[in-house]
Structures are given as C-alpha cells and as structure tokens.
Design a protein. Structure first.
Lengths: 329, 329
C-alpha cells in the first residue's frame, strides 16, 4: 500500500473530531511516546481522544503523562478515525480488537516499510528515526504547542529507537527535532536515566552469567552468547527479557556478526537473535537458514531444539556462512 | 585563577603563529578530539602547530586525523604559546615536560573548575559539556571551516564526555553544536561504533564475572560489585580497565549509590569507585571515609587492604552512611 504522505495524514487528522489511538503489542518507548505525544497534542487543540492499550505499560515508561481508556469493541464505530502508531502491520496492533467489521477509516503511522495489510491509509516515513519524530512534525503542522509533557514523550521515542543517538538511523532531523524539544525545558539526562537505569538486580546477574558463555567463532569475526533456562530459574524467575544482551557480543571490536540464544524456562523454544555490524554480512540470510527472518543488520529465528544440541550446530552454520560470504568478495 | 573568557582566549590564539598543543595523562576522547580539532583548525588558517603526547593513543581513538611531533624540552621556548586542552591541573599535563623554566605563556582550556595552578591563562567554561565544544566555538570565531575531520574529532569529544548525550552535562548547546557538526557530513553512528564497540573478548568475560559478584545493600538502595585479580589473571592479563563497570550497579532501578572495587594483580592496592544517582547522597563523603576524594556524584579512593577483608568493611560503612544521611532528611 502506498504511503499517503504527511500532508494527507495531517488533513485526515485535522478533519476528525473523535479519535482513537492504538499502539502495537509489547509497546516500546517509541510506541508509548508517540501515543502520549499524539493524544496530549490532539486534546490540546480540542479533539476528543481515546487511547487504548492491550497490556499494561512496562514500569520504566510509566512516567509519561498518558491516560488509557477501557477498550470496547462495541463503540469502535463511534470514532471518526482510528490512528495506529509505530506499526503498519495489522497483526501487531496492541489492543485486542477486531478491525475487520469496522466502518471508519484506520490510519497507520510508522517509520518502517509497510507490508501487506488492510489499513485504509498508511503514512510510513522511513527517513525518520522514530515514529515520535513523525508525530512531532504532525503536531507542529497542526499548530500544537509542544509542552514539556509532549516533548518528554517524543524525546523518549527518539532515544529508545536510536539507542540514545547511537544507531545508524540517527540523522540531521533527529538532532534538529531534539533541539526543538529542549526548548520546552525537558531534563534529558533524567529521562535517559529513567529509560536506561531501570534494570533489576536479576537482569545484572543473568547478564553476568550470560557474558561468561561468550564464544568466538572464525577468529573472532563472529560471537555467540546464550541465556539458559537454568540461569533464569536460578534467580527465581519464570521468564526474562534478554532483548539487549546481543549488544554485548556485538560490542567486541573484531566481531562482525553477533548472535544471542535465549532458552525459555516455560517452553522448548529457543529464541535466536542475529546482528550484523557491517554491510558485508546480511544476517537475514543466516536467520533464513533457521526458518527465521528480519533485516540485513538485525534478524531472528525461533528454534525447537535442546540448547546443548543447538549450540554446536549454530557454530558450524555461522562458520560456513562466513566462509561462503568471504569467498563471494 | 580567574577564567579569562572566550574573547581573550581567541585573541591570544589569533596573535600566536607558532603554537604547541598538549593534552592530559591517560588521554580520553575529549582530550584527543580537542587536540585534533584545534591542531587541524589552526593549521588550516596558516599557523605552525605542533602536538605533543606523552603516551600512545588508545586504539579506539586512532581513527582521528592527528599527527604528533616528538616532544623536546629544549625547543619549548621557540613557541609563541602553549595550549593545554582538557585539563587546568598542571600535574596532569600529558607530555612529560618541565614547564617551570619556560618564558612563553601557557593557556589552559577546560570545562571544569580550575584548581590551584601556575598557568599564565585559564579559560574554564563549565557551561560546556566537553572541551571539544569550547574548541568548536574558538575555531568558529577564528573563521575556521569545520571540515569533516574536525567535526569527527569534536563529535568524539562530545559523545565521550556526555556518555553519548546521556549525562546531566548534556545541554542545549551540546545538541546545537552537534547539529552544526552534522553539516560537514560526518557519520555519527560509525564514530559511536568505533568508540563504544571497541571491547575485547576479555572485557566481556571479566565484566560477566564481575556482574555475578553484585551485592545489594540496605534493601537495594546501594550496590557493590568487584573485579578480583584472579578474574583478570584467569584471562591471561596483567591489568585491566574496569572504568565503566560501576555503571552496571548504578543502572539498577532501586540503586542510589553504586560502588565498584578493582583488585590489581600487580599491586596490593584496591581501587574503589563510588557513584551517586541523586543529590540526596554525596559520595565524596563516602570516599573521604577511605581517604579518597571526588565530586558529589562521582568519587573514588585507593585502599591498601586484602579484597576479602575490605568487602564486609565497605558494606558496613555504606550501611552506616545511608542511615546517617537518611536521618538528616
């Protein structure tokens, strides 16, 4: 589906009076920041706004000034428009709603390519580093005053999706918007601390155990690490979020391809994350070998195999993959 | 000694033709970035510039376009002015020079308060987040074109001294200068990767072992971690840089005071780092209890005691310190 562009997006929002805002499953900083900024901004110019979420917010994002209403399938058609932020994939919509029978338009706003879907409109601006940046542009066009609360939400969106200005999606516009946000008097280091200094002692201990599993492959060009269900259970937990762990093998100077395996204590599925630091190695190809998918620099797969059996297989696959890719060049 | 201000600083530099640039011991990203930017900038407007360093640069900073000349005590008086960047403390000057007998003026440029010293001039602008930002302002005032190489050096200075825009010294001017730097076409994520993805496998493994030593004190308000000489020796190393390790106990949500102990394999001295996340606890007071010093939020001490004996003593001291501070409020 074609991107409708920012002007049409603004037109659709400007004409609506009663707006429902939805996010995606497992809402992150960009999703919650975008929902918060958009709802506060639209309310400030007199719109009726409801925000629905299918799940409670992670603790670290609760400082944002967002108010959720109760989701209600029956009242869906009472809105003028539904805006879904930070995803253009229908199946990833957060609030558990059935959108097939609704008669009102649904607009998806995202900064990633839209795949096959049935939204009425899509605005997917890939030049922006976060959905929060698109929301900022929309609010400015609607003459919304960027208050401190709105700026805090957009700053959160930006730092979570750019890894605090470190990822390659960080660009001139990212810093330009940031500079505008600072004018509202936000305390950037306080927000950064809320987002990044929010670990539990268990996180630190399991990370420690995981780092000790580091293994280098092909003279250090690749590295793998894992978290076993035993490590998670040892801390008295049922599951554990290891999303950021893959950044550690990735942070080794010689490493071009990093890989992190997470064994779940409550299922026999292994989650594998692949990261590439260079264009020379496309890790989506590696993920495909395990029936997974993703992008060139970030991909993943789910594997049904015991951890001890999978690790040597993964090492061999990565070795072969690197040899093959090196022979190409 | 009084800060001479930016205008007088520019005047002194503008009048000099033959300039020597020095940095500080253990040069970091701000020091090397400032030396690089200043030397490239001044050369571009026709100045004769020499840069002396007392030690080789850490590997991760070698991408910067800096050329060192050989230090020579005898030729010191041939320069019109000596500029010391990123320190206003004489004893911390990098190149091992005896400045007492020299007849030419010495100008120190830093973004921290100047302590007792014998520099001819000091420009210490505490409003700036890095010395690199002051150098940027100086070069702009001297009508230097900010080339890609100069911008890369100043960006390095900024991200190393602000923790990639996360510390509380990050301000409007930091982002404003960053935006100017981006105009020269620098690749910010590439620079960030060079600086932050430069770890060794040993770093990751020792960090893992250290994280497993995490101990919480006073219901998680404080946390300590250590690196033993055994951990370092196990990886076949003689010494190890644990500078960033204290950020891990600090990153725990409940923690207000974090502490990291490093045992040296080649001496019987323990290095202890203290960090505070809040104004409520001044860790320089904690450091003083062990004859150390520092600031409210970052302090340290050196202790001659076996690790196993020191840990329980430190825990008790922190518990008592927290009780005392809590009773005050």
């Amino acid at each position: 589906m074609k991107d409708i562009g920012i002007h049409k997006t603004i037109q659709i929002i400007a004409r609506a009076n009663n707006i429902l805002i939805l996010g995606h499953v497992n809402p992150d900083g960009d999703c919650i920041g975008s929902m918060t900024a958009l709802s506060l901004g639209l309310k400030s110019i007199g719109k009726e706004v409801a925000v629905w979420s299918g799940e409670p917010l992670p603790l670290k994002y609760r400082f944002m000034k967002i108010n959720f209403s109760e989701a209600c399938q029956e009242s869906l058609n009472d809105f003028d428009v539904i805006i879904v932020v930070d995803t253009a994939v229908e199946t990833r919509i957060g609030a558990k709603l059935n959108l097939t029978d609704i008669k009102i338009p649904v607009l998806a706003i995202d900064h990633h390519i839209a795949s096959e879907n049935h939204f009425t409109y899509i605005h997917a601006d890939q030049s922006q580093s976060a959905t929060g940046c698109i929301i900022f542009d929309i609010l400015k066009s609607l003459n919304v005053k960027i208050t401190k609360s709105i700026a805090e939400a957009i700053y959160t969106a930006i730092i979570t999706d750019t890894g605090c200005f470190s990822y390659s999606n960080t660009n001139y516009r990212t810093f330009e918007i940031t500079l505008e946000l600072l004018k509202s008097g936000i305390n950037t280091s306080e927000i950064t601390s809320i987002i990044y200094d929010s670990h539990s002692p268990e996180y630190i201990r399991i990370l420690g155990a995981s780092l000790k599993t580091l293994a280098l492959i092909s003279d250090g060009v690749a590295a793998i690490m894992y978290v076993s269900s035993e490590m998670i259970q040892k801390e008295g937990l049922k599951s554990f979020d290891t999303e950021d762990f893959v950044n550690y093998p990735r942070s080794i100077m010689s490493v071009k391809v990093a890989c992190m395996i997470t064994e779940s204590p409550d299922s026999d599925i292994l989650r594998v994350s692949f990261r590439s630091k260079t264009d020379d190695y496309d890790v989506s190809k590696l993920a495909k070998l395990f029936n997974g998918g993703g992008h060139k620099c970030a991909a993943g797969a789910k594997i049904k195999k015991p951890l001890a059996e999978f690790i040597p297989k993964l090492k061999k696959t990565i070795e072969d993959f690197l040899k093959k890719e090196n022979n190409k060049s």
